[in-house]
Design a protein around this ligand. Structure first.
Ligand code: GDP
Length: 406
């Protein structure tokens, strides 16, 4: 019996030992092959370092990082290599552009008038230089002026003056003809107008300029370019995005403003233009700005609708003080259509100046004369391209010089 009990005990001990081995080996298998040590190693950089996390590196570790960055090597730059985290930087302030000075812009951009130059100025000069100035030639001269959109009455006036003066002149040298034509074209364009855009209110509040015109004429672009013209001349500007009708007009204007550091006051799309215009002037006063430029919507749905809308903008803005300038933007390429628009707007608001855009894309430079006659107000600015600084103060001498060529 004792022997039996002893045998059972030996057997139990043997089984226990064997199962202990098996469990132990299972436990070992469950351990990851390269388990990290229980205490973190300071030299091991975190796989994905976090910005702002305190990184503790040994000298050797940081040297390795620098070497990896400075001496890139296909093998060294293994995927596990810790990315180098740049020190967080403050977001870059938007770059503010310095617009070109406005003086002499028209002279710089004269080549843009090439089409008008060829058909109007040079065309007239060639015709006047013909040996025999017969009736057919005078008719051609008249036609040239009409095609260039000078308008019927001004054309007749110019032809009469030229006929008279050529007769008196007798012999016609090219220099004489050039001088004569220049003088007559200048008279036609007008040298007496005050063409400065009024940007001094004379009060201690900003001057307020409202920009009107049919959508598509380049109104918003012109408002943005005008902000640049003013900034170039050292004035501070606030923009009012009151064209809430055309989608993206406010974004477009704000982009122009941001480029020169001018604040843009805007509202929701389809919002009330008058309240935006009012807020823009309020902001201009608060900022102590020199000028507030207000872009407006120009849908020619009905004259009454247009009158109501622009009338309201004007009335509301004038709660702050009088409007200093109302600029009508006309697309020079639209010819007679542009003149019709001019008439409608003139009935709705008191236009004080005209901006002729897209003069770079037309041979019809004569529209300058026609539209001034139509409205009795001067062309103050001309658009000669899509570039940011392609809006020039209108200077009759430079314009006529450009038309006739050197
Ligand atoms: P809005 O609807 O009247 O505000 O018109 P935009 O300001 O959006 O201008 C309509 C288009 O005319 C844009 O593509 C402008 O770049 C372009 N534009 C404006 N002024 C001129 C200019 O003087 N010359 C040329 N070539 N394009 C212009």
């Amino acid at each position: 019996m004792d022997i039996l009990i002893l045998a059972v005990v030996i057997a139990l001990v043997a089984v226990g030992a064997i199962s202990g081995l098996v469990v132990g080996s299972r436990k070992k298998k469950q351990l990851p092959p390269s388990a990290p040590p229980s205490t973190p190693t300071i030299t091991a950089p975190p796989a994905e370092p976090q910005v702002g996390e305190d990184a503790v590196e040994t000298a050797e570790e940081s040297r390795r990082t620098i070497e990896e960055v400075v001496l890139p090597d296909a093998e060294a730059a293994a995927p596990e290599a810790p990315p180098v985290v740049a020190a967080p930087e403050a977001p870059a302030a938007p770059e503010i552009e310095v617009p070109e000075p406005t003086a002499g812009r028209l002279i710089r951009l004269r080549a843009r008038l090439a089409r008008s130059q060829n058909s109007l100025g040079k065309g007239l000069l060639t015709l006047l230089s013909r040996e025999h100035l017969d009736e057919d030639t005078w008719e051609e001269i008249e036609e040239t002026l009409l095609i260039a959109d000078v308008g019927v009455v001004p054309t007749q006036e110019l032809v009469d003056r030229l006929r008279e003066r050529v007769k008196v002149l007798g012999t016609r040298t090219p220099a004489d003809l050039r001088a004569l034509l220049k003088e007559e074209l200048l008279t036609l364009v007008g040298t007496d107008f005050d063409r400065a855009v009024k940007t001094e209110s004379g009060l201690d509040t900003p001057a307020v300029v409202m920009v009107v015109g049919v959508n598509g004429t380049g109104k918003t672009t012109t408002t943005g370019k005008l902000a640049r013209v003013l900034v170039a001349d050292g004035r501070s500007v606030v923009l009012g995005a009151a064209d809430t009708f055309r989608a993206a007009a406010a974004d477009q204007l704000q982009t122009w403003g941001d480029r020169v550091g001018a604040r843009t006051v805007r509202g929701p799309e389809g919002g009330d233009p008058a309240s935006i215009a009012y807020d823009a002037v309020k902001e201009g006063i608060a900022e102590g700005a020199d000028v507030v430029l207000i872009d407006t919507a120009g849908r020619l749905h009905t004259k009454t609708g247009l009158m109501d809308e622009l009338g309201k903008v004007k009335r509301v803005v004038e709660k702050h003080g009088p409007l200093d300038e109302v600029l009508l933007v006309l697309d020079a390429t639209t010819g007679q259509n542009g003149l019709t628009q001019a008439r409608v707007f003139a009935e709705v608001v008191d236009i004080t100046g005209i901006v002729l855009t897209k003069l770079d894309g037309t041979a019809k430079g004569g529209i300058v004369v026609a539209v001034q006659r139509e409205l009795g107000v001067p062309v103050k600015l001309v658009g000669l391209g899509e570039g940011a600084d392609d809006l020039a103060p209108f200077e009759p001498e430079a314009f006529v010089d450009a038309l006739i060529g050197d």
